[in-house]
Design a protein around this ligand. Structure first.
Ligand SMILES: Cc1cc2nc3c(=O)[nH]c(=O)nc-3n(C[C@H](O)[C@H](O)[C@H](O)COP(=O)(O)OP(=O)(O)OC[C@H]3O[C@@H](n4cnc5c(N)ncnc54)[C@H](O)[C@@H]3O)c2cc1C
Ligand SMILES: *[C@@H]1O[C@H](CO)[C@@H](O)[C@H](O)[C@H]1NC(C)=O
Ligand SMILES: *[C@@H]1O[C@H](CO)[C@@H](O)[C@H](O)[C@H]1NC(C)=O
Ligand SMILES: *[C@@H]1O[C@H](CO)[C@@H](O)[C@H](O)[C@H]1NC(C)=O
Ligand SMILES: *[C@@H]1O[C@H](CO)[C@@H](O)[C@H](O)[C@H]1NC(C)=O
Ligand SMILES: *[C@@H]1O[C@H](CO)[C@@H](O)[C@H](O)[C@H]1NC(C)=O
Length: 729
């Protein structure tokens, strides 16, 4: 993204009403969550940690998970760890490898993931019991300790209706609750989804069903027929046939083996609307009767009471997950087939993204925009992983026909992502895009830069209470010599005479907001009576700024980059005495210029707008001087930015102009002192002593002083903005 795009891509450009919200202290949001599954509970934790009030509605009596295990791959495990849930504390064991067998029991592939676990992914890949995970999430969402206010969990609270405009939910009991936003985390058979798609898109059977069950590892270990399969710790084992597969992996500290037995739905005929539908063990054994005999031995250990049958449902991609103040997440938005173990992971990523978007300071009025951003972050990724999952679940025969599966490519995409980081950056970019006045300077990596003309939210700054002391010496010198300082023939002196007027103007600035209340010193050489002739023959008349020294990096950088001013660093020591003032310009101990005002006496001249010598322009960079009939319209300077890697070439090269500010906030002059005597001199230095500034010091030393016209010091308050600096043509 270029700087320009970042500056102007805002759909909210000029939306100042919204901008003011950014800084406002907002009340916490009231967030209603439908469903206390993995997605709903993770959202509850993350949103309570953001400081919001969370109310969960769960249809079931206990909100218990049953059976089975779940992969916490690095992408979602990292999010849980950020929220404070560490899978190893709840019996999670590491996924250390996988073995793939043919149906007749031959080892086909054996992969060791131990290296990748430690080298590729910062967060571990854990296998956990679903009940342990669910209980831990429930505890974290509702416990009184922990960050934020405990979420309120309402059980036996089936939601029957949602109003997405008003953020209200109606329960089966008829009770109505209203909040700022409703989160539909009510799973594959989502009720809340209906108010977004109006029943047009519904889950449909994928053609496959799955048995789920757990067998204690001990049992399989003590049977010689099955021992081989469980010998290695932390390994996932798959037996893959053309149209069915059996997947086994350990959980609960490697004490339980979790099974998913995916097969053609027609063979077992599950009802399909309940994850907890019981299964028939004989039917299960029948499904795998053509597998190696050891598989039947293995299945003989199944406890029929624990056996669940689940019809695998798929669904078309929803065009939209949000509506005004209703937002779907998890299986409600994108029901997952289990082939990649990413359904829960994507629900967790959704929850993280939503919590990022609904940051602590979110104004209630901004919710519809914020959840649009959530969808923008999540839509492509969740749908893509859903697509990969579908591909990963195809029958072997189908895969050969189409293309060979590159599982590692999917895994890299799935795992190589941190939704918290990603969503946080997307939120920032959105906030920046709404503030078109933000300025970008290097480095771009950290966002827009505050500066003299704007704070980090892009609001303009006032220099009204900043203080300035400007000491200037105006003198007559050689026009023909000054002419050599003008960068292009478009610049010239208005008068053809050989006498021209120049001035040195030094300003000490204080109480600058953008410098945290501090200040700095600057000193510049101004050539008066200069004109710039444009291509069309018209002219701008003013004061040419030949060089400007400053003793602080920040204004040098902003002034060069944003305004095109010829700024350089040197030390500027100012010694202010009752009746005299002395300024010493030096670089690393090598003094090259001295300015002195002696016999200072206060004078009483009414300050006029335009007569300055004050901190008037460029934070006090120039004094204005108007010889007879000459209108000093402002400062002229020449911007030159060298090209990278192309010696002697410029990336930008043009004249700039700072018009004299006619704005109301003019500097207020408090006191003016006139010097009886004013003088300056330049010390001869060589390249060794003054390696980077020698040529400038030498140039200044060449200036003949025909006559000193005036030496004065002006003190006051108010430093004007030079933000209206423009490129001339
Ligand atoms: C056998 C199996 C293995 C899986 N393996 C993995 C894996 O290894 N890794 C992985 O990441 N994912 C896995 N998944 C997928 C994962 O479990 C789901 O994608 C995930 O649970 C979705 O979470 P959710 O919160 O969106 O929905 P659910 O977990 O389905 O939660 C929805 C909740 O909403 C409640 N609810 C529904 N309707 C209402 C209503 N009207 N009012 C109030 N409450 C309501 C439900 O009772 C439920 O508690 C697996 C799924 C299964 C079934
Ligand atoms: C389900 O939850 C209830 C209450 O939280 C608890 O008493 C019960 O033991 C749980 N059942 C299971 C199977 O975890
Ligand atoms: C797993 O082991 C840890 C440490 O030994 C123990 O605290 C925890 O209770 C165990 N969890 C399960 C689910 O077995
Ligand atoms: C939503 O709120 C508005 C304004 O308070 C009200 O007029 C409208 O009837 C409400 N809609 C529903 C469905 O409750
Ligand atoms: C610039 O000069 C001012 C005034 O003498 C001084 O306070 C400040 O420390 C100087 N800044 C730097 C960076 O040297
Ligand atoms: C000017 O500053 C330089 C560098 O700090 C110092 O060496 C020199 O003595 C100063 N000159 C005067 C007159 O103070």
């Amino acid at each position: 993204m270029t700087m320009d795009q970042q500056n102007t891509n805002g759909a909210y450009a000029g939306d100042t009403a919204n901008r003011s919200h950014i800084a406002a202290r907002e009340r916490p949001l009231k967030i209603l969550i439908a469903g206390a599954g993995i997605g709903g509970l993770t959202a509850a934790i993350a949103l309570r940690q953001q400081g919001h009030e969370v109310i969960l509605f769960e249809q079931s009596r206990f909100a218990n998970e049953t059976g089975a295990a779940i992969h916490l791959a690095p992408n979602c495990n990292g999010i849980l760890r950020r929220l404070g849930l560490f899978a190893e504390d709840i019996g999670g064991n590491l996924m250390l490898g996988f073995d793939e067998y043919t149906p007749d029991g031959k080892l086909r592939v054996s992969a060791d993931l131990r290296g990748q676990q430690s080298d590729m992914w910062q967060h571990p890949w854990h296998l956990v019991h679903r009940v342990h995970l669910h209980n831990a999430l429930k505890e974290m969402a509702t416990c009184t300790s922990g960050v934020g206010k405990p979420a309120q969990l309402n059980l036996k609270s089936r939601i029957t209706k949602v109003d997405s405009q008003n953020a209200t939910v109606t329960l089966e009991s008829g009770q109505v609750f209203s909040g700022d936003v409703v989160v539909g985390a009510d799973g594959v058979h989502s009720k809340t989804r209906e108010s977004i798609v109006h029943g047009d898109i519904k889950p449909y059977p994928s053609g496959k069903s799955a048995y789920r069950f757990l067998i204690p590892k001990e049992k399989l270990q003590s049977d010689p027929a099955t021992r081989e399969y469980v010998e290695k710790k932390g390994v996932l084992v798959m037996w893959i046939a053309d149209d069915r597969r059996l997947v086994m992996y350990p959980c609960a500290n490697n004490t339980l083996m979790n099974f998913v037995a995916i097969h053609p739905a027609s063979e077992t005929d599950a009802a399909g609307d309940d994850w907890n539908e019981g299964g028939n063990k004989d039917k299960l054994r029948e499904v795998y009767k053509n597998f190696h005999p050891s598989i039947d031995t293995l299945l003989s250990y199944v406890d029929e009471k624990e056996l669940k049958l689940w019809k695998l449902l798929d669904m078309d991609i929803l065009p939209n997950w949000i509506d005004e103040r209703l937002v779907l997440l998890g299986d409600a938005a994108h029901p997952f087939l289990p082939h990649q173990g990413q359904g829960g992971g994507q629900a967790i990523e959704d929850a993280a993204s939503l919590a990022v978007m609904l940051s602590k300071d979110t104004p209630a009025a901004e919710i519809p925009e914020r959840i649009k951003l959530y969808q923008k972050c999540r839509y492509e990724r969740a749908n893509k992983i859903q697509h990969f999952t579908r591909l990963a679940g195809r029958d072997a025969a189908e895969v050969k026909e189409i293309e060979s599966l590159n599982m590692m490519e999917y895994v890299s995409y799935n795992f190589g992502h941190d939704e918290w980081h990603y969503s946080t950056q997307m939120l920032r970019k959105w906030q920046w895009s709404r503030t078109p006045a933000l300025r970008w300077r290097m480095p771009l990596s950290f966002g827009p830069m505050p500066g003299p003309r704007q704070d980090f939210l892009g609001r303009s700054r006032s220099g009204a209470h900043s203080t300035f002391t400007t000491a200037s010496i105006t003198f007559e010198t050689s026009r023909t010599l000054l002419q050599t300082l003008l960068p292009t023939p478009a610049f010239s002196f208005a008068s053809p005479g050989t006498i021209a007027t120049a001035s040195f103007s030094a300003t000490m600035l204080g109480k600058m907001d953008w410098l945290g209340g501090g200040g700095y010193n600057l000193l510049g050489l101004n050539l008066h009576g200069v004109q710039y002739t444009k291509k069309d023959g018209s002219r701008i008349t003013g004061t040419f700024l030949a060089v400007l020294f400053e003793n602080l990096t920040d204004p040098i950088v902003t002034g060069r980059e944003e305004l095109g001013m010829p700024k350089l660093y040197c030390a500027l020591d100012v010694f202010r005495r009752k009746e005299s003032t002395f300024i010493n310009a030096s670089w690393k101990g090598a003094s090259f210029g001295e300015w002195e005002w002696e016999g200072l006496e206060p004078v009483h001249i009414p300050p006029t707008n335009g007569e300055s010598g004050s901190g008037k322009l460029s934070g006090g960079a120039t004094t204005s001087f108007s010889p007879n009939g000459f209108e000093d319209q402002g400062i002229l300077a020449y911007r030159y930015v060298p090209a990278v890697g192309r010696e002697g070439k410029a990336d930008a090269e043009y004249a700039v102009f700072v018009p004299r500010n006619k704005a109301s906030e003019a500097p207020r002059v408090r006191t003016t002192f006139r010097a009886k005597k004013a003088s300056f001199r330049f010390n001869k230095r060589n390249w060794d002593e003054l390696p980077t500034l020698h040529h400038i010091a030498a140039g200044l030393a060449e200036l003949p002083i025909y006559k000193v016209l005036e030496g004065k010091i002006v003190e006051g308050e108010g430093v004007e903005d030079v933000g209206q600096t423009e490129r001339i043509e």
